[in-house]
Design a protein around this ligand. Structure first.
Ligand code: RIB
Length: 299
C-alpha cells in the first residue's frame, strides 16, 4: 500500500453559495450556507486516503467544536491523526468561502494552523522515513514547511511542495523539493518572476521539477527539457474548491507509476472533485477514478 505523510492545515470551511460575488461594501442575499471540512493539508490527506493510500497527517486544531468535528471526520476517512495536536490557547482554522460564477473566493484564518511546529515534523520522522511521498503546502508556518522539505530530502523521500498560498521561496530550498506543484500565478510568486512571463519559461527557471496546474486546461509537467502537457477532463463544474488539493493527493498516490501517469490520474481526480459541492465532497475513491478513466480511455 502507498504510504503518504501530509504536513499541513486543517480548516472548517464556512461556505456560502451566492448568485454572484458581492462588490466591496455591498450586501447580497446568498442561496445556501454549509460548514464542511477543509484546509489544504486535510484535503490532500483525504484525497490520498480515498484513493487507497495509508495516510498520516501532521497538523493542529483548537480544542473547540470545529476541532473535534474535523478530527472525527479525518479519522472516519482513515487518516491517521496521531500527529495532529489539539491546542488549548487558540481555535481551529477557518476558511470563509463564497462560491459563485463557477469560481470561489476564500479568506483563511490560520488560528491553530499557525502553531504547527518543526518539532511536530521531527516527531513524525519514523512515519516520514517509510513514506512513498510527503506532501506539504503553505498554510502553516514557513519554518515548518522548510523543516519538512529538509527532512524529506535528508531521508530520500520525495517531497511534493504545493506552494499555496504562494510567497517567494529561497532557491536553495526549492532544490530539495522533488516536485513543485503551483499554478501559474503561484509559480511567478515563488520564483519572484514577472506575472506576465510565459509559464513554460517560468517552469524552466525553477531549480526543481515542476507540475503546473492550469484549471480546466489540465497540467504541464517538466523534469528536464521541454514541458509535457496533460489535457484536462471536461466535466460539469459545481464547485472548484479543493480541486488543486485533490490533484496533489492523487499525484502523490500515483507517483510510483511514473510522472506522466500520475499527472493524468491527478487531472482526472481533480475533474471529478469539482462535480460536487465542498472541498472534499467530490474527491473520488479509487474505484470511482478507475471507472471514470475507463470511460475516457483516449484522453
Ligand atoms: O484549497 C482549498 C482549501 O483552501 C479550502 O478547503 C480552504 O480551507 C482553504 O484552506
Amino acid at each position: 500500500m502507498t504510504r503518504i505523510v501530509v504536513v499541513g492545515s486543517i480548516n472548517m470551511d464556512l461556505v456560502t453559495l451566492a448568485p454572484r460575488f458581492p462588490a466591496p461594501g455591498e450586501t447580497l442575499l446568498g442561496e445556501r450556507f454549509l460548514t464542511v471540512p477543509g484546509g489544504k493539508g486535510a484535503n490532500q490527506a483525504v484525497a490520498a486516503a480515498r484513493l487507497g493510500a495509508e495516510v498520516a497527517l501532521v497538523g493542529a486544531v483548537g480544542r473547540d467544536a470545529f476541532g473535534a468535528q474535523l478530527l472525527r471526520g479525518l479519522a472516519a476517512e482513515g487518516v491517521d491523526v496521531a500527529h495532529v495536536a489539539t491546542r488549548d490557547d487558540v481555535g481551529s482554522g477557518t476558511a470563509s468561502i463564497t462560491v459563485a460564477e463557477a469560481d470561489n473566493q476564500i479568506i483563511v484564518v490560520p488560528a491553530a494552523n499557525a502553531s504547527v511546529t518543526p518539532a511536530q515534523v521531527e516527531a513524525a520522522r519514523t512515519r516520514i522515513e517509510c513514506a512513498d511521498a510527503v506532501l506539504v503546502q503553505m498554510e502553516i508556518p514557513l519554518a515548518t514547511v522548510e523543516a519538512t522539505v529538509r527532512l524529506g530530502h535528508a531521508l530520500g523521500v520525495p517531497v511534493i511542495l504545493n506552494p499555496a498560498p504562494a510567497q517567494p521561496l529561497p532557491r536553495e530550498w526549492l532544490a530539495r523539493v522533488r516536485y513543485l506543484t503551483p499554478n501559474q500565478h503561484e509559480l511567478a510568486t515563488v520564483l519572484g518572476g514577472g506575472a506576465d512571463e510565459d509559464f513554460r519559461e517560468l517552469m524552466g527557471r525553477a531549480p526543481c521539477p515542476v507540475v503546473l496546474t492550469r484549471g480546466g486546461e489540465g497540467a504541464w509537467y517538466r523534469e528536464q527539457g521541454e514541458p509535457s502537457h496533460q489535457r484536462g477532463f471536461a466535466v460539469d463544474v459545481v464547485d472548484t474548491t479543493g480541486a488543486g488539493d485533490t490533484f496533489n493527493g492523487a499525484l502523490a498516490v500515483y507517483l510510483n507509476d511514473g510522472l506522466g501517469t500520475a499527472v493524468r490520474k491527478a487531472c482526472a481526480a481533480a475533474a471529478l472533485s469539482v462535480t460536487r459541492l465542498g472541498a472534499q465532497g467530490g474527491m473520488p475513491t479509487r474505484a470511482e477514478l478507475e471507472a471514470f478513466l475507463a470511460g475516457r480511455a483516449g484522453a
